[in-house]
Design a binder for this molecule. Structure first.
Ligand SMILES: Nc1ncnc2c1ncn2[C@@H]1O[C@H](COP(=O)(O)OP(=O)(O)OP(=O)(O)O)[C@@H](O)[C@H]1O
Ligand SMILES: [Mg+2]
Length: 303
């Protein structure tokens, strides 16, 4: 991680502030209303270094609203938002980046026709020479991008190829390596595997684990309990804007997590409806009781 100050503007600063109890980012009973619509209410979440915190939930559950608060796109309207133990209220994503909070959106902000190495440094290009003859340090950028991708275990044949020719999974991986290089402490990934097939999802999950092993606190947003359980240390399930479940890995099984995502009562109602349709065998479907296995809520301070 050298040379990162050579960028023309704004590498993500590595904030030297001490972390209270190892918690970098914390929400306490936080909420957000869009006018009359209460998108999020009473949500508490802790993000620690070297851990993957998974946020699960169905469409409209409030996942994107939650990460927009943390990434500085929106402000919370209730509760508290703390970074390194101090209350914060970000005005722009730049404020979040300055605290080391980087977000990789699903529609990645890349320039498809530009080479991989150029996208790696987009907005933070390395330059050389004195002003006013300062120019891009192309060789150094290529070399650094290559090294950093390799450090994360990402092997690409040719960094000159336009990033638009990479697969969706590969582009996500480049974005993760970029955030790591620019000193992110918290990496937010909004549904990085949603549009990917099984194999590519596996590749992205591998680099989520690699980012965690490099010491980052990762917030992994997903619909998919199987993906979450493969890499997650902590799980929060959102439902209609509130936190329905919060549990660490030793407190919840994959089966329980899947049942929470399926929504036990709704599945039972669906089963009843399907029973009216001839040709659907509802005997094989689980009962409501099977789907509402009790799960202990995480005690205060548990990772
Ligand atoms: N800018 C907005 N103005 C008004 N309502 C909004 C706005 N953004 C989100 N909402 C509402 O807030 C609720 C939560 O939306 P959010 O996008 O956070 O859900 P999500 O869990 O990310 O869903 P998805 O899985 O579909 O991405 C929804 O009811 C949505 O309609
Ligand atoms: Mg969303």
């Amino acid at each position: 991680m050298t040379d990162k100050n050579s960028g023309t503007h704004g590498a993500i600063l590595q904030d030297a502030a001490p972390e209270k109890d190892g918690v970098i980012v914390e929400l306490r009973n936080a909420g957000k209303a869009y006018g009359n619509i209460r998108a999020l209410h009473g949500v508490s979440l802790q993000v620690r270094p070297s851990q993957v915190t998974c946020v699960l939930g169905d469409n409209g559950a409030g996942k994107s609203t939650l990460i927009k608060i943390i990434s500085g796109l929106h402000q919370h309207t209730e509760g508290e938002f703390l970074v390194d133990g101090a209350p914060v209220r970000f005005s722009t994503p730049r404020d979040a980046l300055d605290k080391g909070i980087a977000t990789v959106y699903q529609d990645l902000a890349t320039v498809p026709l530009m080479p991989v190495w150029r996208n790696f440094f987009l907005g933070s290009e390395m330059t050389k020479g004195p002003w006013p003859v300062r120019r891009l340090d192309i060789e150094k950028m290529k070399k650094t991008a290559d090294e950093e991708l390799r450090n994360m275990g990402i092997i690409l044949d040719n960094l000159e190829q336009p990033i638009g020719t990479l697969s969706g999974g590969q582009r996500q991986c480049v974005a993760i390596a970029r955030a790591v290089y620019f000193g992110a402490r918290v990496l937010i990934l909004d549904e990085p595997t949603a549009a990917l097939g099984v194999k590519q999802s596996g590749v992205v999950l591998k680099y989520i684990a690699a980012a965690r092993d490099r010491g980052l606190g990762v917030i992994f947003i997903t619909h998919n309990p199987h993906h979450a359980y493969m890499v997650g240390d902590h799980f929060s399930v959102l439902r209609l804007g509130t936190m329905e479940l919060t549990a660490s890995r030793d407190q919840v099984s994959l089966e329980e997590l899947t049942n929470h995502m399926a929504g036990g009562a709704e599945l039972a109602a669906l089963k009843h409806e399907l029973a009216q349709v001839s040709g659907v065998d509802v005997e094989e479907l689980p009962e409501q009781e099977d789907l509402t296995a009790p799960v202990a809520a995480a005690p205060e301070g548990t990772p």
